[in-house]
Design a binder for this molecule. Structure first.
Ligand SMILES: [Zn+2]
Length: 165
């Protein structure tokens, strides 16, 4: 599973894993499913697993479709949780780096290299540790710098083909 440098949930700079968790609630005729994922730190992986999985175990079964969906959610959650056990804990005093004007200035100087990596399909969470020393910034600042662009690309790729309401 892919590793990252900044948590998509809490923003802390720590070793992260790309994971996803799902929760299912079956209520006879309706079924409510939610899922979330991304690069998460060990704390957020633990919190999300222990929120989604007990709810699915208790309330996940009470509709026909849920009898199939609930075990799938539990298996997905277990695989993601167990594969993240080797992840080191969030270091004591780890913070949420901010994108300062100084950091933006230094990152602008290596923008060409960043654009090349993005164009070749590399993930910011993975190249951040390589770019950070060159720009003399924190790896998390590289991710924050690139994030608005990657989110725009993601939004464009999931947007409906027709424009306007
Ligand atoms: Zn986190």
């Amino acid at each position: 599973m892919a590793r990252g440098v900044v948590c998509d949930f809490c923003g802390v700079e720590a070793r992260c894993r790309c994971v996803s968790f799902a929760q299912n609630i079956g209520a006879i005729v309706v079924r409510v499913q939610k899922s979330s994922g991304g690069y998460l730190c060990k704390r957020c992986i633990h919190r999300t697993f222990w929120t989604y999985t007990p709810i699915t175990l208790l309330l996940g079964w009470w509709s026909i479709t849920s009898l199939i969906i609930a075990p799938g959610c539990i298996i997905l959650n277990l695989i993601n949780y167990l594969s993240s056990l080797s992840l080191p804990p969030v270091p004591e005093g780890a913070g949420q780096p901010q994108l300062t004007p100084e950091a933006i200035g230094r990152l602008n100087a290596v923008q060409g290299e960043i654009n090349d990596l993005l164009a070749r399909g590399h993930e910011p969470q993975q190249f951040a540790a390589e770019i950070a020393p060159k720009a003399q910034v924190r790896p998390a600042q590289v991710v924050l710098y690139v994030r608005p662009r990657t989110q725009k690309i993601l939004r464009r790729s999931i947007a409906p083909p027709t424009a306007g309401p």
